[in-house]
Each structure stands twice: as C-alpha cells, then as structure tokens.
Design a protein around this ligand. Structure first.
Ligand SMILES: [Zn+2]
Ligand SMILES: [Zn+2]
Length: 304
C-alpha cells in the first residue's frame, strides 16, 4: 500500500511523472499549489487582476476556475454557446450549475444571436469546424473581456494540449507558431492578456481534480473534433508517456526553457491594424470574424 507523501493516510492517487502519491485532500492541495506556482513562474497575474476564465463545461476549464477561486483570485467565467446540439446544451447546463455552486458570475454569449451557430456556419464555410470555432472564440473572448472590464483571459489548456500543439508545430517547423507558443500572450495591439495556468497540469490530473472536488463536467468531446490530427498526436504522446513518465512535461517545459528564448531573439515586431468594421485588431482591412459574417450574409441572401 502506498502512503500519502504528506500524511499517514492511504494514497488515492499516484502521479508517476512526479513520483508522488497523495490522499484526496493532499492531492487537491498539490494541484492548487501547482497552479499557483505556474501563475508565479510565468508572472501571469496577481490578486488585483480582474480575470475571466473561458469556460467550456469541460474538466479543464471548471477545474481551473475552481482552483483560482480557492487560491483567492478575482475571477468570473465566460461561456460561448456554440449551438452544437446536445453537446452545447449539456455543457451550458453544467457550466451554469458550477457557477451557481461557487457563487460567481458567468457571462454568456449566444452565437446564434451574434452571427450563427457553428453547424449553420459549417454549411456556408468549407474550412474545418475547429478552425471556424477557434476564430470565433478568440474574437469574442477578446472583445467581450475588454467590454466587461477584465484584464486577463485564462483558458484551461492543459499539458496534453500544449504538448500536442508543440509536437505538431515541431513536425512542421512552423516557426511563427512556435514563437507564439508560450503560456502568456502579452496584452498588445488591442489584444487582452491571455494565460494558460494549467499548462503544466496533465489531462489526467485535471480530470482527477474535478472528480475529487465533486465538479460535474461534460465528458463528451465536441462532435466536430472527431478525427482531428491533434487527437492522434495526443494519443502518440500518451504512449510515450506510458513508457517513460515525465516525457510530456519535459518536452514542453524544456522547449519553454531552452528553445523559446532563442526564437524570441529573432522576433520582428508586427504592427497590427484595426478592422474597419468592428475596430478589433486585425492583420487585414477587415478582420476574420467580420469577413466570416459578411460571407455568411452574402450566401444567405443568395439562397433566399
Ligand atoms: Zn495526505
Ligand atoms: Zn471586424
């Protein structure tokens, strides 16, 4: 029988990559302090910051929100209803339920009122749904956070997510993406600061935290994510992790420590303009959200 690393109780959780075993209470404590350490390590925010967590109803975003509240941060939630059938219905219910439990505010954007649901947009645009969805989420998170007076957006991206993206960017040597792969994106050019406090927490660890904290979360993946290459990369990295625990964390944190600074030294400053329609930051005259909206309207008019 393994004993908790902190007390005499029987361990409930063993974390092979850290060689640590914990009872329930000490696991929750370990998780919170690991989140706190990451926030400090990357100077993400402090107790005076007004933080908005992007909530999907999944384990990562709800665990993050829970940990930040426990750690004493000033943090509300932000939910975008993508309108993806039962999946969105259920995730919204769970997000609302959790919000009520912790007594915080959840700001909600209904995509159907703003532009159109993801399934509807998918019929007008032949890009993969995840790419449209990414554009939309980034757009509303930035715009609404500023309008509502928040300084920071925190997302629940975990170590598995970050390692999979890093792996994909490395396979393709996507230097521009690699240069931006850091758990803090500074506020500049009309963008609000974005942070990923779970970047050193694995998917399993955040699921365990949600379960032991009694958080109800949506277990299904988004129906559109089926077949995405990022899922293959996650699976592959998890097989490596199984054989030698710690691989994922080493791959990701050593990139940040050794490679990221080198990439930064070659940085050229890109001056971003403003979208002529909505005023949000944009590389082009019209931002990708507004052009999506225009395209949608044009196609709708044609079919009428
Ligand atoms: Zn213990
Ligand atoms: Zn725009």
């Amino acid at each position: 029988m393994r004993k908790c690393y902190k007390c005499d109780k029987k361990a409930q959780i063993y974390l092979p990559q850290h060689r640590l075993a914990f009872c329930k209470d000490h696991y929750l404590e370990w998780f919170d302090s690991r989140v706190e350490k990451t926030i400090k390590e990357f100077k993400m925010f402090d107790k005076n910051s007004k933080i908005l967590v992007a909530v999907s109803g999944g384990k990562d975003s709800l665990s993050l929100w829970n940990a930040l509240v426990k750690l004493g941060y000033n943090v509300d939630g932000f939910y975008i209803n993508l309108g993806i059938g039962d999946y969105s219905q259920k995730s919204k219910e769970l997000a609302l339920k959790f919000t009520e439990k912790i007594g915080k505010t959840l700001h909600i954007v209904e995509l159907k009122d703003e532009i159109a649901t993801i399934p509807e947009m998918k019929t007008y645009d032949n890009r993969p749904a995840c790419s449209i969805c990414g554009t939309i989420k980034r757009y509303f998170m930035n715009k609404k956070a500023k309008e509502l007076g928040y300084d920071i957006i925190a997302t629940g991206h975990n170590l598995d997510d970050e390692a999979a993206v890093l792996f994909s960017n490395t396979l393709n040597w996507s230097v521009e993406y690699l240069k931006r792969q850091y758990p803090v994106l500074k506020e500049e050019n009309g963008f609000i600061r974005k942070v990923k406090p779970l970047c050193k927490i694995s998917e399993k660890e955040s699921a365990m935290y949600a379960i032991l904290s009694g958080i109800e979360y949506i277990e299904e993946e988004c129906p559109y994510s089926v077949g995405a290459t990022s899922i293959d990369y996650k699976l592959f990295l998890s097989q490596l992790e199984e054989k030698s625990p710690g691989t994922k964390l080493r791959f990701y944190s050593e990139f940040l420590r050794k490679m990221y600074p080198i990439l930064q030294s070659y940085e050229e400053k890109v001056e971003l303009g403003r979208c002529e329609i909505c005023g949000e930051p944009s590389m082009n005259r019209i931002c990708s959200y507004c052009s999506l909206k225009m395209k949608l309207q044009a196609k709708k008019e044609k079919t009428v």
